[in-house]
Design a protein around this ligand. Structure first.
Ligand code: CAA
Length: 259
């Protein structure tokens, strides 16, 4: 597939780098970026079982992504805007449903749809100069790509409401404190930290990692405990757990197989 406004690069260590490539527009999420994300997390991921993780970033050092492309908004009617919102929600859910770790390496602005994209990734590594926020109310809008739901999951209901209603931006250190970012690192270091974390996770049982990603996503109050028990039962008799448990008992390092 010919990609526009997004660059995919598979590194030798089988980490896929997904880079939004519209630095002059602060990597705003237009239709071409959505097409690219859909392809990367769908067809490309399915065709590349060797991948150990995916890192999403923005080109340049000024922005991860400064939101949905506001310039595409003026021509939309209510029906089209609803459809755009649903498409964004589904693509971001596809990202969250990925069975290998997906990390957002956030340098600069991560606003509106950009913050929603970062929140759809499993982990977020923020630069000290990162700026997170949901500024849609400044435009007379609300977030449309899952922000009202994912922000409260990460920072709690009250803080999420404050950020949504005030449009305040938070820096990398505060994002880390709030639980919005997993780590806050020096500018330019988000990629290295993301790679380090993916390498660490790649030494663990890949099916166990995928099952953690799957069960942790089930909203509280739904059947998360049941699914956890089911997958715990299934994993105890798996070759992967046999290897992990045998390695522990024999005091050696586990050598897990990847597909
Ligand atoms: N959409 C389209 N273009 C954007 C953009 C966006 N979200 N954000 C920035 N740009 C463009 C600017 O229009 C400008 O283009 P030109 O050079 O052609 O004028 C270029 O990127 C550089 O931006 P600025 O000159 O504004 O840069 P700055 O450093 O002065 O300000 C900023 C940076 C504070 C991030 C400012 O650009 C800004 O406020 N951007 C919009 C942020 C925003 O409101 N995001 C939410 C979008 S709505 C949304 O995302 C809804 C949803 O959930 C679905």
């Amino acid at each position: 597939m010919e990609l526009k406004d997004i660059i995919l690069e598979q590194r030798e260590d089988h980490i896929l780098l997904v880079s939004i490539n519209r630095p002059k527009a602060l990597n705003a999420l237009n239709r071409a970026v959505f097409d690219g994300l859909e392809y990367a997390f769908g067809e490309y991921r399915n065709a590349h079982p060797e991948l150990i993780g995916i890192i999403v970033s923005g080109s340049g050092d000024k922005a991860f992504a400064a939101g949905a492309d506001i310039k595409e908004f003026s021509s939309l009617n209510a029906e089209e805007a609803t459809a755009l919102s649903r498409r964004g929600q589904l693509i971001f859910q596809q990202i969250e449903d990925t069975d290998i770790p997906v990390i957002a390496a956030v340098e600069g602005f991560s606003l509106g749809g950009g913050c929603e994209l970062a929140m759809a990734c499993h982990l977020r590594i923020a630069s000290e100069k990162a700026k997170f926020g949901q500024p849609e109310v400044n435009l007379g809008l609300i977030p449309g790509y899952g922000g009202t739901q994912r922000l409260k999951r990460l920072v709690g209901h009250a803080k999420a409401l404050e950020l949504l209603m005030t449009a305040d931006m938070v820096g990398g250190a505060e994002a880390r404190q709030l639980g919005l970012a997993n780590h806050c690192v020096a500018p330019g270091e988000t990629m290295n930290k993301s790679i380090e974390i993916i390498h660490k996770i790649a030494t663990k049982g890949p099916i166990a990692v995928a099952n953690c990603l799957k069960t942790a996503q089930i909203p509280f109050g739904q059947d998360g405990y049941l699914e956890e028990a089911r997958l715990f039962g299934a994993s105890i008799v798996s070759d992967e757990a046999k290897e992990g448990i045998d390695a522990f008992v024999s005091k050696r390092k586990a050598a897990f197989k990847r597909s």
